[in-house]
Design a protein around this ligand. Structure first.
Ligand code: SAH
Length: 373
């Protein structure tokens, strides 16, 4: 067999579901004269023992480990920066085999840890308040690059916090439903390979309708979060350009269908920007928009991004907005700023590294701490 090196076409083992991974190994096992049960041993190392290198698989013959190393990539990520926040949030910047970089964040709360992971390098959707949008789109992440953020972070979480990741949210860089098939496959591998309950995985979208429809067709109870930020078309258009393509009216009719099919609560993210989308009237409009849906609203004070004139809503405006929603029977919560000293908001660590800014010099802001929904 032709030898391949990582980055030179070696097959990504983390892109495979357990049964496919075992199948993929069989020809190689036959080539080196090893019995088929080795395939199960390898999948145990990959999914249960979270191996990042074939060297770790010490109960396998050396020749087999070397042969697998020549043919497969087990870790497509290289840790490039780890930033620790005073509040316990840990952000990782990962270098990919082609030199691109993505970030993921571990957010501890009480005795649970949430992982926020990325689905693309950059993003094409250019939401006005989002640092990732400033880079534009670089490329999609492959299945293995998404799954490896989980696997590597799970190892770090066990080490650092003494227990594994409780929840995964696709709220890092990128729009998951713009990279639909790899994201859908990564859900399967996290769930079936690594045994993460579907209810513990949330996909957050700016509202790409084909993706919402595709998630509705999945039998597993994965959670859906929608980044709304405005209750009407005109205002949302100013914040989220994709509103032009998928206007809020259509979005809500697809969400109604989604809920009818799945019977599951939908989370909404609403970034509060001072004097822009945070008035009590808009809170009333939001409540009206949500009528008839089983929903939960996360209010996230805007995390200032360099080069924007906006400010986060002050405490009294945030509480007034929340108060209106609650009086109108909408389940809602304000998400606490997390990791503000390490620029843990979407895209910001990569921004700091790219511009050489000291990440401790960033303006204070809010990385949402996604609590139970
Ligand atoms: N594209 C997906 C997931 C990535 S963004 C989505 O739009 O849902 C994850 C969340 O962070 C989104 O709700 C996004 O609107 C929010 N966000 C991005 N930049 C922010 C900022 N500067 N301040 C507050 N929230 C922000």
């Amino acid at each position: 067999m032709a030898a391949t090196r990582p980055g030179e076409g070696g097959a990504d083992l983390l892109a495979l579901r357990p049964e496919r991974l075992r199948e993929e190994l069989l020809p190689l096992l036959a080539d080196v004269g090893e019995p088929e049960y080795r395939a199960r041993q390898v999948s145990g190392w990959v999914f249960d023992r979270l191996a990042v290198s074939f060297d770790e698989m010490t109960d396998l013959p050396l020749a087999l480990r070397q042969e697998m190393d020549r043919h497969f990539v087990l870790d497509p990520l290289d840790l490039s920066v780890e930033a620790l926040s005073r509040d316990g949030t840990v952000k990782h910047l990962w270098k990919l085999l082609d030199g691109e970089q993505v970030e993921s964040v571990l957010i501890p709360a009480d005795d649970r840890v949430t992982l926020c992971l990325s689905s693309q390098v950059g993003c094409a959707l250019a939401c006005r308040f989002c640092a990732t949008g400033d880079f534009g789109f670089r490329r999609h992440l492959g299945v293995a690059e998404i799954v490896a953020q989980f696997r590597n972070s799970e190892r770090i979480a066990r080490d650092r916090f003494g227990h594994g990741i409780a929840n995964v949210v696709y709220m890092g860089m990128g729009e998951p439903f713009a990279n639909l098939e790899p994201v859908m496959e990564s859900l399967s591998i996290l769930h079936r390979g690594f045994g993460l309950g579907a209810r513990r995985i949330t996909v957050s979208t700016v509202g790409l309708l084909p993706g919402i429809r595709a998630l509705a067709l999945r039998p597993e109870p994965f959670r859906l979060a929608v980044s709304l930020h405005a209750p009407n078309h005109a205002l949302r258009l100013r914040l989220v350009p994709v509103e032009r393509r998928y206007p809020i009216g259509e979005l809500f009719s697809v969400l109604q269908e989604y809920q009818a099919a799945k019977g599951r609560r939908i989370t909404f993210e609403y970034t509060l920007i001072d004097e822009l989308n945070d008035s009590p009237e808009l809170a009333r409009e939001l409540a009206a928009r949500l009528e008839g849906l089983d929903s939960f609203v996360n209010l996230i004070p805007y995390n200032p991004v360099p080069g924007r004139e906006w400010e986060p809503s002050g405490r009294s405006r945030v509480l007034a907005f929340l108060g209106v929603l609650e009086r109108l029977g909408v389940a809602a919560a304000v998400r606490q700023p997390r990791g503000r000293d390490i620029a843990a908001a979407c895209g910001q660590l990569r921004l700091d590294v790219a511009t050489g800014t000291d990440d401790r010099g960033m303006p204070p802001g809010a990385a949402a701490s996604p609590g139970p929904v």
